[in-house]
Design a binder for this molecule. Structure first.
Ligand code: GP9
Ligand code: MN
Length: 679
């Protein structure tokens, strides 16, 4: 057998020949279909634009190659169409689809720092309800830049047609040629895509498989591969169910058998046994507002007093995904992480969950929820029943006599809720677990007319003259603080009204901020770096400049968690890093209620200091020591002390585990199955 010459010259020669063939072949091919060439190039530019505007990794070659491969595959299908008209139409439709996908991801990224999923289509109806917020606070002109591509394609078709270029090419599109072109393009696409796949790291692949670190998946695989994978993973859970069930069940069972969840007694055990529990879900209430003053006036005078009379978790984080309020309810009530494909309340409302509501019911509590928005918002009417609420009082239970933003004002909501709670107490004559979900402090904070003025200006003394500068007044963050000031007044009104009718005598009030308000980082930079003497925002050259980096921004997303009683018997500031999934175990211990078997969070008072790891849906986490960025593996030191790799990796592994276990339980309906097995 003739020996193949692999000498350098020979190989170089072969490579040169292939290159020459390829170029000749592809150049002549694309010369015959200029429109297709333009479609591929312009769509590729759009993918680059999307990564420039969102994740910023525009130099990274993998997503570019992956998108190119996908575009070749998409384009191949053009040759299935017999007529030129239909081929042109296909390219225009594809241009519209691909550019609209970019627009949606771009808008979505502004609000969620993540990328959209078709599994959220079911949730999109709610976007209409919060339309103002999206238009005023989320949508930016830059998010529509991608539409240049279909417009350009339209112009091109018109222009080429006028110069008769398209028709001239028409003649060569016989069946044979179309088949050859389809195969060439399709195979080229597959080759480019496979080469890119070979370059992916195991981490990139595991994230691709799990699809919960969406930012990272799109940053590595490009927008088109991301979207195809998302469609597959969203539309075909049955496929997953078929293939993934057993692996998921084993993963979950192994996790629970390896991690003992037995409740540990501590100084807070049973302190509130038999008392009522009134939980306030405070919309978009952030810790950054507490103890903050403008012009010497407190943003939250009532909460500032309350946190000193209560057990106050001042290093507490929400762990929501795209389900925002509904995810806050879910994580608080089940001590599980939210779903990473869609939302539990909308996509997985029919699963069995072990909830704080059901556990309190087992202790003979009457369990109710109140929220003056439509019952089907976030599918609450259905999900609350599934969570174990005896009754959900939604919009139809209220007299919508005063509205702010999305609906009934919090002051009116609270005013009408107090007598309803009284009725429940008189009728039920047993302890209650109640949830009040507020609404007024919801973005975009533009309907402020019913709120007291709360100027967030800054007055300084300049040579004996009082000079007032705008500071953050009438900016998004300024309006937010004014809205929080209103929420604080509404809370004070509620507590006073509850007290007047004696409800507080035997009631514990727990308040949690459901998630951060998603205010852009630039506004925080303004908050910390504004110079009232120049009226400018300081830069690194200015004295006293604070380098407000992405991690400080993440840490500022804290929300308050407050456990308060009228007699202020238990007052403690808890600065241990804690998260929403820790609320259930912590409260269950205090109320002497059995926690059930599936919670993943911890009773904060049963942990040693620094032991807790607060996990976020994209695999990032925070402890007392560090913030770990799940996106790029970077760490940011919080305590300024050195950290070992082992410390970082163990907790990153833990983060992956509890996200996986939660998603497996939710996707594969495992609690019902595991409970049945135990019977
Ligand atoms: C809607 C309210 C707000 O009823 O709970 O939900 P969000 O937009 O924050 O998820
Ligand atoms: Mn919310």
């Amino acid at each position: 057998m003739k020996k193949i010459d692999f000498s350098k010259e020979k190989m170089k020669d072969r490579f040169y020949k292939i290159k020459k063939f390829m170029i000749k072949h592809y150049v002549s091919f694309f010369k015959s279909v200029p429109l297709l060439f333009c479609f591929i190039v312009t769509s590729l530019i759009n993918t680059l634009l999307l990564r420039i505007i969102t994740v910023g990794n525009y130099w990274y070659f993998k997503p570019l190659l992956a998108d190119l491969g996908m575009l070749f595959i998409f384009s191949a299908f053009m040759f299935l169409f017999m007529t030129d008209k239909r081929r042109k139409r296909y390219l225009v439709v594809m241009s519209l689809i691909t550019s609209i996908i970019c627009v949606i991801h771009s808008i979505y990224y502004t609000y969620y720092s993540s990328f959209a999923s078709v599994s959220l289509l079911a949730t999109s109806t709610f976007v209409v309800d919060v339309g103002d917020a999206v238009i005023q606070k989320v949508m930016k002109l830059q998010d529509f830049v991608y539409l240049w591509q279909p417009i350009f394609m339209f112009y091109l078709i018109y222009h080429l047609k006028k110069r008769n270029i398209l028709l001239k090419a028409q003649s060569i599109f016989d069946k044979n040629y179309r088949k050859k072109s389809f195969v060439t393009l399709f195979c080229t696409g597959i080759v480019i895509f496979s080469l890119t796949c070979f370059s992916m790291t195991p981490t990139e692949w595991s994230r691709f498989g799990k699809m919960w670190n969406r930012e990272s998946v799109l940053s590595s695989f490009g927008v088109y591969t991301y979207q195809v994978n998302d469609i597959f993973q969203s539309i075909e859970p049955k496929i997953n169910n078929l293939f993934g069930h057993d692996k998921a069940l084993k993963n979950v069972v192994d996790y629970y058998s390896a991690n003992d969840r037995t409740a540990v007694k501590n100084e807070y055990t049973d302190i509130f046994k038999g008392k009522n529990l009134l939980v306030i879900h405070a919309e978009s209430l952030q810790t950054v507002a507490i103890d903050r003053k403008f012009e010497g006036k407190e943003v939250t005078p009532f909460l500032n007093k309350m946190v000193r009379e209560s057990i106050y978790f001042d290093n507490f984080y929400s762990e929501v995904g795209v389900g925002t309020s509904s995810d806050a309810e879910f994580t608080f009530s089940t001590s599980l992480m939210p779903s990473n494909s869609g939302t539990v309340f909308v996509n997985y409302f029919d699963r069995k969950y072990s909830t704080i509501q059901k556990q309190f019911k087992k202790s003979n509590y009457y369990v109710f929820s109140m929220h003056a928005n439509t019952g089907d918002f976030w599918n609450r009417a259905t999900m609350h029943e599934n969570m174990g609420y005896d009754k959900f009082f939604s919009k139809s239970s209220y007299d919508i006599n005063e509205t702010i933003g999305l609906g009934l004002s919090d002051k009116a909501f609270f005013k009408q809720s107090v007598p309803m709670i009284q009725d429940i107490m008189n009728k039920e004559k047993r302890p209650f677990y109640g949830l009040l979900i507020t609404l007024t402090n919801h973005t975009p904070w533009s309907d402020l007319k019913l709120m007291d003025e709360f100027p967030t200006t800054w007055t300084v003394d300049v040579n004996g003259n009082k000079v007032t500068s705008d500071y953050i007044n009438e900016t998004t963050i300024g309006d937010y603080f004014r809205s929080v000031h209103y929420s604080d007044q509404a809370l004070e009104q509620l507590i006073n009204d509850l007290d007047k009718v004696g409800i507080l005598d035997n009631t514990v009030v727990a308040i949690y901020g459901d998630h951060d308000a998603r205010i852009g980082k630039k506004y925080y930079n303004m908050l910390y770096n504004y110079d009232p003497y120049t009226g400018e925002v300081k830069t690194e050259d200015d004295e006293g400049y604070i380098d407000y980096n992405d991690y400080m921004y993440e840490l500022d997303r804290k929300v308050p968690f407050i456990i308060w009683t009228k007699n202020h018997k238990y007052t403690k500031k808890v600065s241990e890093a804690a998260g929403m999934i820790d609320a259930f175990p912590t409260l269950a211990n205090m109320f002497g209620v059995d926690m059930g078997k599936y919670q993943l969070g911890h009773d904060i008072f049963s942990l040693k200091s620094g032991e807790n790891t607060v996990v976020f849906t994209d695999g990032s986490y925070v402890t007392n020591k560090i913030y770990y960025d799940g996106q790029n593996g970077e760490i940011y030191s919080i305590d300024g002390k050195p950290t070992t790799e082992e410390y970082v990796n163990n907790r990153a592994k833990y983060a992956d585990e509890i996200i996986d276990v939660s998603n497996d339980i939710i996707t594969y309906h495992l609690i019902k199955e595991m409970d049945n097995k135990e019977k």
